[in-house]
Design a protein around this ligand. Structure first.
Ligand code: KG4
Ligand code: ZN
Length: 292
């Protein structure tokens, strides 16, 4: 509910910033700049953040840097692995995105492929709703799937045989809906772990097959995974098996889902290497990395 999300941002923003500065033991006057997400995301929440950050930066007389939060998801990996070398592949999997990028350097990205419809996180969220599980769906499905047999239900995996790096998750969601309608509530409750495990495996399998394809097509042997879905433990384990000849990296779980540390980190890179692009503070809900 976008309207409620904006109001909650307004309500909590000042307190959260104060608390973060207090915990970090950094007085406001020591800040070099304020980095803020200007997209992609919900218009209202982005506007709240950008307005707040602009006001704060003006008051403190420091630059305000507009950041693409998907770029921040890619670079969250450098927080954990400062020695990461270019080029590398990046699988970006969140509530709104499913993309594979070739990252040649800071600000130099090639989109290798993306989803045609739903994002992987959206598939988790919609699947959880169909199964009567809580939002956000990713952690709920992961928890429900523990101990389940992932081969118990065969769900479709779009484009699994194609040599293109592209995804589609809307058919998977419909297949789950049809399955639930056919089997009925009681059977679903009894076999929840098996169904959740099979559904989760269908999402993870296709993500990793396409990352494997990207590694084979480009010859690049380092892959990072970022975005909320990268918090999935099962995907982390499978990634190492599917890409056994590659180095696969992912940030700590709390740096996978949306967080301010990764935005501050990219802000620091802009401060160091180029401030041009980050001067734009226009809020763009569907900001695209390649278009910049
Ligand atoms: O990056 P993020 O926090 O926000 C967006 O930019 O969208 O990603 C949120 C998405 C949600 O769809 C959520 O269900 C999914 O990440 N997610 C997970 C897990 N934790 C969060 N998906 C699978 N397994 C998880 N453990
Ligand atoms: Zn995100």
């Amino acid at each position: 509910m976008p309207e409620i999300a904006s109001r909650e941002h307004e309500k909590h923003l000042v307190m959260i910033v104060e608390k973060a500065l207090y915990r970090a033991d950094v007085p406001k006057k020591n800040l070099d700049a304020i980095a803020v997400t200007r997209g992609p995301g919900l218009m209202g929440t982005l506007l709240t953040g950008v307005s707040f950050a602009s006001g704060l930066s003006e008051g403190l007389k420091v630059p305000c840097l507009g950041i693409d939060h998907m770029e921040a998801h890619i670079f969250a990996n450098f927080i954990a692995y400062p020695e990461l070398n270019y080029p590398f592949l990046s699988l970006l999997v969140s509530g709104g995105h499913t993309q594979i990028w070739k990252v040649n350097g800071f600000g130099n990205y090639e989109l290798l492929g993306e989803t045609r419809d739903d994002a992987a996180g959206e598939a988790f969220d919609k699947g959880a709703r169909i199964l009567g599980l809580d939002y956000p769906g990713g952690p709920s499905i992961e928890k429900a799937a523990a101990g389940g047999d992932e081969s118990s239900v065969t769900f479709p995996q779009a484009f699994q045989k194609s040599d293109n790096i592209e995804f589609s998750f809307s058919g998977l969601k419909t297949a789950l809906l049809n399955y639930v309608r056919k089997e009925g509530d009681v059977a679903i409750r009894q076999n929840l772990a098996d169904i959740a495990a099979s559904y989760q495996a269908a999402i993870i399998d296709i993500l990793l097959k396409k990352l494997r394809l990207a590694a084979d097509q480009t010859g690049i042997r380092t892959a990072v995974i970022g975005g909320g879905v990268a918090a999935n433990q099962k995907m982390r384990e499978e990634a190492e098996a599917t890409l056994d000849d590659c180095t696969v990296l992912y940030p700590d779980s709390n740096l996978c889902t949306d967080n301010a540390a990764m935005v501050a980190f990219v802000g620091e890179l802009y401060l160091k290497f180029s401030s041009e692009r980050s001067r734009d503070l226009a809020v763009i809900p569907n900001l695209r990395l390649a278009d910049q």
